[in-house]
Design a protein around this ligand. Structure first.
Ligand code: NAX
Ligand code: K
Length: 505
């Protein structure tokens, strides 16, 4: 369905093996460095034109990250920028030393005093790249801290210097990039939530790694991928011209309570943006008029209520076998255990969210009869999988959770991660903190649910996560990070998709 494979995410040792395979096949290291440097320079000139950013300070390290930085320094110099290189290292790798020698020959000034770069309009950070293991020294750290205080854009080559490219941890001190151009393949550490304040806006700069090399190195092991701009292909945009509403899927949304009246409404508003053929919304009796007033196209089923205003149970005449998907949990409260038991027994593909997850966490064993998507945030994740908190970092934990539960697990966060029971992992690399507010998750549940009624589980989940974030980004652009409340997020869904899809759809 997706014409291009998703971009891979690699660890340091995997990237080293991929590069080694290319070099062993005959590609000269210097040729690759030159190619990377040219691509970096082209992108940099596009992002920071010489007219607006004439003075560039280049931080150049002793290894090949520094080599890349020196190729960039040379190219910018030839393209009319004023360039100064900070290189306080005496021992350089041979290729890096050659580039330094030639840059000096051209007349590019070098300094070991970082303060001499303080008047630059742009800083290019090529001190350390992927694979950094040792902590940055006190002196280097002080220089990084000084650079971080200057009010200019900082562009990091491959990885912000000082950041661990596998775990995303800061090794002492790091350059706080406003933008990182990640080279070749996504480095795992750049996509960790804790790395984001250092990474800034992250972008992949490809350098034509043959797919066979990637496949040979990564083999048949579980793979990690990034969602990308091709994700519109995961959505059911193409329709048969002779389709009808019963062929476009039927979604049953279940949620709401006296305490949380709006959540299920937000899910319903999002679900109908997926084009789902029929939308059935089951809510406590007292919420029925509210939902009908806002979503007149839905079939709204009023359910008996507990004395706290939660759904006591689903009515007997609600035939769960008639729907293709269920999305359950928003606003449910933890009083609705019977509802979750009924839903899980139905054997229908289901998205569980919010209190649906909290109820599931308290059940033992989990009565799973159908393909399930779980969409926890970190707190819900800890309740669902209390035994996994010692198992490595966030990405390792979500992979373990999916394998352990046999469910598709969506761990929501700044960089939402999706893991399959087979061990594959996807990360959504672009989102916005504008979505960090109540109700954003209800929108995601409705989206995944609406898609799941029309197509298979993994595509629905990946597509839903990507679409949700893209709509958030578009809404934040229009209304700032403060203005993306959930109804506006819903309003942004269809214009965003319309702008991303090709004209023939
Ligand atoms: N091999 C190549 O031709 C390519 C390399 N690339 C670039 O090369 C980078 C990786 O290059 P390297 O493996 O040389 O790594 P680095 O450029 O990070 O340099 C490692 C060097 O820094 C020193 N070092 C490590 N930790 C230190 C610390 N805490 N304090 C002081 N010195 C320290 C090491 O002794 C070593 O000499 C990538 O990130 C990328 O920028 C890419 O452009 C792709 C092609
Ligand atoms: K760097």
């Amino acid at each position: 369905m997706v014409s291009q494979p998703f971009p891979s995410i690699v660890t340091t040792s995997e990237m080293q093996a991929i590069e080694a395979a290319m070099f062993a096949a005959g590609l000269p290291i210097a040729a690759l460095m030159e190619k990377v440097g040219q691509r970096l320079s082209d992108r940099l000139c596009c992002l920071y034109p010489v007219t607006t950013h004439p003075k560039v300070g280049v931080l150049a390290g002793p290894g090949h990250n520094g080599g890349d930085a020196l190729v960039v320094a040379r190219e910018l110099w030839h393209r009319g920028y004023t360039v100064t290189v900070w290189q306080p290292f005496s021992r350089l790798k041979p290729l890096t030393a050659d580039h330094a020698k030639y840059a000096r020959f051209l007349g590019i000034p070098f300094t070991s005093e970082v303060a001499e770069l303080a008047t630059a309009n742009l800083i290019v950070d090529g001190v350390f790249g992927f694979g950094l293991e040792r902590s940055v020294s006190h002196e280097l750290g002080a220089a990084f801290a000084q650079v971080n205080q200057w009010c200019v854009p900082r562009l990091s080559i491959d990885v912000p210097s000082g950041l661990c490219s596998d775990r995303g941890a800061v090794l002492g001190t790091a350059i706080q990039a406003t933008r990182t151009l990640c080279l070749g393949l996504w480095k795992r550490g750049l996509l960790m939530d804790e790395a984001l304040p250092w990474v800034g806006e992250a972008e992949l700069l490809a350098f034509d790694i043959p797919a066979t090399v990637i496949d040979n190195v990564l083999g048949t092991m579980p793979r990690r991928y990034c969602l990308d701009s091709q994700c519109w292909q995961l959505l059911p945009l193409a329709r048969s011209p002779i389709t009808h509403k019963y062929r476009q899927g039927q979604l049953l949304l279940i949620g709401g309570s006296a305490r949380f009246g709006g959540s299920i409404l937000l899910s319903a508003l999002a679900a109908r943006c997926t084009g789902v053929g029929m939308l059935v919304v089951a809510v406590p009796n007292s919420l029925k008029p509210l939902v009908l007033a806002r979503v007149p196209d839905a079939i709204v089923v009023g359910c008996p209520e507990t004395n706290t205003g939660a759904i006591a149970h689903l009515p007997a005449d609600l035939d769960l076998q008639r729907v293709q998907a269920i999305a359950c949990g928003p606003g449910l409260t933890t009083a609705a255990t019977t509802v979750i038991e009924q839903v899980l027994a139905a054997g229908i593909p289901t998205v569980l969210d919010a209190d649906g997850l909290n109820i599931l966490a308290a059940l033992s064993p989990w009565p799973l009869a159908a393909p399930l998507v779980l969409t926890p945030h970190l707190g819900e994740f800890r309740r669902l999988f209390p035994d996994l908190s010692a198992e490595g970092d966030r990405l390792e934990q979500v992979q373990a959770a999916a394998a352990h539960s046999n469910c598709l697990v969506v761990l929501k966060g700044a960089r939402t991660a999706i893991a399959t029971p087979a061990g594959n992992l996807w990360i959504n690399p672009a989102s916005t903190p504008a979505l960090a507010r109540g109700g954003s998750g209800d929108v995601l549940t409705g989206l995944i649910g609406g898609l799941l009624a029309q197509q298979e589980l993994l595509h629905s989940t990946l597509g839903g996560v990507w679409w949700h974030a893209q709509a958030g980004l578009a809404a934040a652009k229009q209304w700032t990070t403060l203005g993306v409340y959930p109804e506006r997020l819903v309003d942004a869904l269809l214009p965003t998709l319309s702008a991303k899809k090709p004209d023939f759809l």
